[in-house]
Design a protein around this ligand. Structure first.
Ligand code: ASP
Length: 437
């Protein structure tokens, strides 16, 4: 599939013999895996979850195995493409401003919907068990210094072993930037890292053929664990109005706002681009983790959609960690929903505080399942809403998490195309696959 519109140029030559775009067969198998998994979990309940769940865990572990080395190698290559430290600063700044801007758009959309549709009225107060209460209160004690400290880690190897992506990103950015200042001495190292990066992407390409079974296992496992389709529907019915508002917001943002940005800022055909992103979107839905999906995201952005390897390698890891439009929208809707359920009227000032803290809480959320639920404590605290209100959201969060993770991964894909155009101008460094001098 091509990345641009008519007349379609031939796809860029595969870098270093890199893999071809995902085949239509794989796309169909992925969709079949998701639908089959949902049916198996809905009908088979817990026994189906036990029988099929291991395939999902296997796929998830395989993805996690490549995330850290791939993030590090692709960031070093991406930074080297920018060329020098000042260029890096500029590209990084444009990327961060773009990420914050799109998150704010998502939050404003969510706030408009939740204040117009008022899903929380009559929902009543929430209840938390002692364990849940302790989990959320622990987050309430996290201050700015803790947030700052999460960017570094005393041991790089320990951070890698525990898949702490943020310190690995910070290290790789600094290491890549340092390499670009070394001239001749840095080149052999860059050439090795470039080769490592290509090899890891090849592994991811192979892994994708496991994805249909992995997706089937993950989806069946999750729906089955709730007790099957009937039990899941029962959970959904209780706070259906809230779920509908979150899903409507995510759909409008993902199907309208982001495609418009992709069309007008990125110059891409949104339908073609979305088709190329499909493996990553299905993986995001089934894993509920943008970090675990990252290898597939990079593969889809570069191989299927023709964004240069270097731009994708630089922008996708940053996006997966910082840019969470779906999470930001969800946090804002959920906070106002809780206020409505408790009969607390939030004025314009309080809504502005909700908007800003929702963006910050989304930036602070790791790309792992239900991270957004936990960082929402920050939003509730900022406007003095009761933590117990979160009890209203817990039963359905597993499902909404999957929906917002899809949007989080989609906005990383859109962001890579837009930012490649805005911040990664030709001439900033070698193009994808260009052999290092
Ligand atoms: N699960 C989401 C992600 O990985 C984060 C969240 O909980 O909102 O993108």
């Amino acid at each position: 599939m091509t990345a641009t519109e008519s007349p379609p140029p031939p796809p860029p030559p595969p870098p270093g013999g890199a893999p071809a775009p995902a085949s239509p067969l794989l796309l169909w198998l992925l969709v079949a895996g998701a639908v089959g998994g949902a049916a198996a979990g809905a009908i088979g309940g817990k026994p189906a979850a036990e029988t099929l769940g291991w395939m999902g865990d296997l796929f998830l572990d395989a993805l996690r195995m490549v995330v850290v080395p791939l993030v590090m190698a692709s960031l070093v290559c991406g930074v080297s493409a920018i060329g020098d430290v000042r260029g890096l600063g500029r590209a990084g700044l444009v990327a961060v401003l773009y990420f914050l801007g799109t998150m704010l758009l998502a939050v404003v959309l969510g706030l408009l919907l939740v204040t117009l549709l008022r899903p929380g009225e009559g929902a009543g107060p929430g209840v938390l068990t002692a364990a849940e209460s302790a989990r959320f209160s622990a987050k309430a004690d996290v201050g700015l210094p803790d947030l700052a400290r999460s960017f570094v880690h005393p041991s790089l190897l320990d951070a890698m072993a525990r898949s702490l992506v943020l310190p690995c990103i910070v290290f790789s950015l600094a290491f890549g930037a340092a390499l670009t200042t070394l001239g001749e001495k840095g080149r052999p190292v860059l050439a090795v890292v470039d080769g490592v990066n290509e090899a890891l992407l090849r592994v991811v390409h192979w892994l994708l053929w496991l994805a249909p079974l992995g997706v089937l296992g993950l989806v069946a496992g999750r729906i089955g664990a709730t007790g099957g389709g009937g039990a899941a529907m029962e959970e959904f019915r209780r706070i259906g109005a809230y779920m509908l508002v979150v899903i409507l917001g995510l759909a409008l943002h993902g199907l309208l706002v982001l495609p418009l940005l992709l069309r007008f800022l990125g110059g891409r055909n949104p339908l073609t681009y979305a088709r190329g992103m499909l493996p990553a979107l299905v993986t995001a839905f089934s894993t509920a983790s943008s970090s675990a999906t990252l290898p597939v995201t990079i593969e889809c952005i570069s191989d299927n959609n023709g964004v240069s390897r270097k731009a994708a390698g630089f922008l996708a890891p940053l996006g997966a960690t910082l840019n969470m439009n779906g999470t930001a929208l969800y946090e804002a809707v959920a906070a106002v929903f809780i206020a409505q359920a408790y009969g607390i009227e939030l004025g314009v000032g309080a809504l502005a505080v909700v908007a800003l803290t929702a963006v910050l809480a989304a930036v602070g959320a790791a790309g792992i399942p239900e991270a957004g639920l936990v960082t929402m404590v920050l939003v509730l605290q900022a406007v003095g809403l009761p933590l117990e209100g979160m009890g209203l959201l817990l039963a359905v969060d597993w499902f909404l998490d999957r929906c917002r993770t899809m949007v989080n991964v989609w906005d990383d894909g859109v962001g890579a195309a837009v930012l490649e155009r805005l911040a990664f101008r030709p001439g900033m460094g070698p193009a994808a696959g260009t052999p290092l001098p």
